[in-house]
Design a protein around this ligand. Structure first.
Ligand code: ADP
Length: 579
């Protein structure tokens, strides 16, 4: 037969179908949930014996829950007639035959959620032991009117779980015991029903179930597509914490397959207190959203990660249900931590620069004070007794004021661009502009400039003024380094670097970097120049790192120095592709 596909089984149909062992049924996929409407114990055994013989032969874990009509001993006797090594199969754990009072009923009560969890544990256990899956049957001969509704709800719930697990479930119902309404319930809750008429086994399913199945498949397909488009995890679980729905992106977030999480305890992936026991209440009338809060998720490898969880309590099939929407905060946290590190580094660098500046400013200020003191003394002395003229002393003091002004203005760049004002720009254009500014001055010093702007991409998101400041500083350093050199060449090149970055190299033919400052080149206050302050490179580092780039110098070259930096490239967004 080929019409077994109800809503169950749809997830696993890519796998090979299982042999049911029952001629009237043929092959069925994992996830099939069907029922047998039997009239006598003989009819029951006629279907169940070949069903289990096939399951045992196919290396499946088999579980038979019996009732008074055919009890454990009778079931064993019927099976051992055709399975010679039955006891060995039972001893090896491949087959369990239990009485319903030992499975469906506990403390005199039927609890659908507990039984459902039991099946999920059984199938996990079966897979762990290396069996193909779980083949089960449960006889409902014991079912009384009082618990009929609860059992029908359980059947509806189990249908969704079975549909995505390696489970074949055959529910046996004594036909004469069910009234018409109950029979409809039974058929509606299964993929199909098996029934013997005039010594022929027939299988059928209700037309409404077929229509419902079709509508559900379409609606599930739509929902699936929507949930697939969502990057967050959307998890639905019952009041005991058992997950009965999760989207694929959600399962991936925690490192699992959807199938592995269905029926699992939600605390496996959200270990912190969250559901009913954790203060979320539900109301009959309306959804009760309890806002979102930050908590921890746990991945399959045991790693905890920060998540934003929004939990909603609602009801489904008259039972409480919780829907959690989980947003992974790892990337956000990492970005925040990185920004904090940059800010701390930046503060440290600026602190160092300020200390260097204070040190530098001390000199002109002290000299200025001396010249002003001399001028003051000269005013008091008669003109013919003055060793230097007042004008001269004031002019010297004026020179020192200018020097102090230069020191301060060299820091203006950094101070006035505290936060980068980033725009999308072409880095090649910025390099070109910086070179244009310096062309005349390089020409005066007989320095040849070569531009090798070879990077295939150069679109960057940067503060153009700051990046030009870095370029000008590196060009100026190269120019100053080559003041005494015979060959004076400056080569600026660009290339693609690892991690979607562009690299800029500024190479000169000067004497190279002095050994004593090599290791602290980018720390404040390491200048080897007469009027230098040693803040150009630290400032460049602060700027480049604030742009998520890196700056470094290549030490120990045979000749000259190469200063390099990288910047992240900006991928142009292809809006057409998204449509
Ligand atoms: P400053 O130029 O004021 O000294 P920088 O921070 O720009 O400050 O540079 C610090 C020191 O690094 C310079 O004094 C110099 O010794 C060394 N340096 C920088 N660029 C070069 C270069 N291209 N070649 C050799 N040494 C360099």
């Amino acid at each position: 037969m080929d019409d077994y596909t109800g809503i169950g089984g749809s997830f696993l149909q890519s796998e090979l179908p299982r042999k049911s062992g029952v001629e009237a049924i043929g092959d069925v996929p994992w996830g099939t949930h069907f029922c047998l409407l039997y009239k006598t114990a003989e009819e029951l055994l006629e279907v169940l014996v070949p069903y289990f013989v096939q399951g045992l032969a196919e290396n499946e874990f088999c579980m038979w829950v019996t009732s008074e009509l055919v009890d454990v001993e009778q079931a064993k006797a019927a099976l051992s007639a055709v399975v010679p090594d039955l006891n060995a199969r039972i001893a090896s754990g491949q087959l369990e035959i239990r009485h319903y009072t030992d499975w469906y009923i506990q403390d005199g009560q039927f609890d659908g959620e507990r039984v459902l969890r039991g099946w999920v544990e059984k199938v996990e256990f079966a897979e762990q032991l290396g069996f193909e899956g779980l083949r089960l049957t449960g006889d409902t001969f014991w079912l009384e009117k009082a618990v009929w509704r609860g059992f029908a709800q359980y059947e509806e719930m189990i249908h969704h779980i079975i549909g995505v697990k390696r489970i074949l479930a055959l529910c046996a119902y004594p036909f004469p015991k069910c009234d018409i309404r109950e029979t409809f319930d039974v058929i509606a809750n299964h993929d199909f029903a098996l029934h013997k008429e005039d010594s022929r086994w027939l299988s059928f399913k209700s037309a409404s179930r077929q229509r419902l199945g079709q509508a559900l498949r379409e609606s599930e397909g739509r929902q699936q597509a929507i949930l697939e488009a969502v990057q967050d995890a959307i998890i639905a679980f019952d009041k005991s914490g058992s997950i009965y729905s999760i989207n694929a992106a959600g399962a991936r977030m925690f490192g699992y397959d959807v199938r592995e999480l269905l029926g699992a305890d939600v605390r496996l992936i959200l270990p912190e207190k969250l559901a009913t026991e954790f203060g979320v209440s539900y109301s009959r009338q309306r959804h009760n959203v309890r806002g979102s809060r930050e908590t921890k998720g746990r991945r399959r490898n045991g790693e905890f990660f920060p998540v934003d969880l929004t939990l909603t309590a609602t009801r489904h099939n008259n039972a409480p249900m919780f829907v959690g929407s989980v947003h992974d905060l790892s990337e956000k946290h990492e970005a925040e931590a990185r920004l904090k590190r940059i800010q701390i580094d930046r503060l440290a660098a600026m602190g160092g620069i300020a200390a260097g500046l204070a040190h530098e400013l001390n000199q002109p200020l002290a000299a200025m004070k001396t010249y002003l003191k001399i001028a003051e003394r000269m005013v008091a002395a008669p003109p013919d007794k003055r060793p230097v003229s007042i004008e001269d002393a004031l002019a010297r003091a004026g020179e020192q004021v200018e020097r102090a002004g230069r020191i301060i203005s060299s820091l203006r760049g950094l101070a006035s661009h505290g936060e980068p004002n980033k725009l999308i720009q072409s880095l090649h254009e910025l390099i070109q502009k910086a070179c244009d500014c310096y062309a005349a001055s390089l020409g005066d010093r007989h320095i040849s400039l070569v531009l090798n702007l070879g990077a295939e991409k150069d679109t960057v998101l940067v503060d153009g003024v700051q990046i030009q400041q870095v370029l000008i500083n590196l060009i100026k350093n190269a120019k100053e380094a080559m003041a005494e050199s015979k060959t004076r060449s400056l080569v600026i090149s660009t290339s693609m670097a690892e991690g979607e970055k562009i690299q800029v190299d500024i190479a000169d033919s000067g004497p190279g970097i002095l050994d004593e400052i090599k290791s602290q080149l980018f720390e404040p206050s390491h200048s080897t120049k007469a009027g230098g302050m040693g803040v150009g490179l630290p400032m460049s580092r602060v700027i480049i790192e604030a742009h998520d780039g890196r700056i470094w110098a290549q030490p120990d070259l045979e000749q000259g120095a190469i200063f390099s930096f990288t910047l992240p490239l900006l991928e142009p967004v292809n809006l057409e592709g998204a449509a």
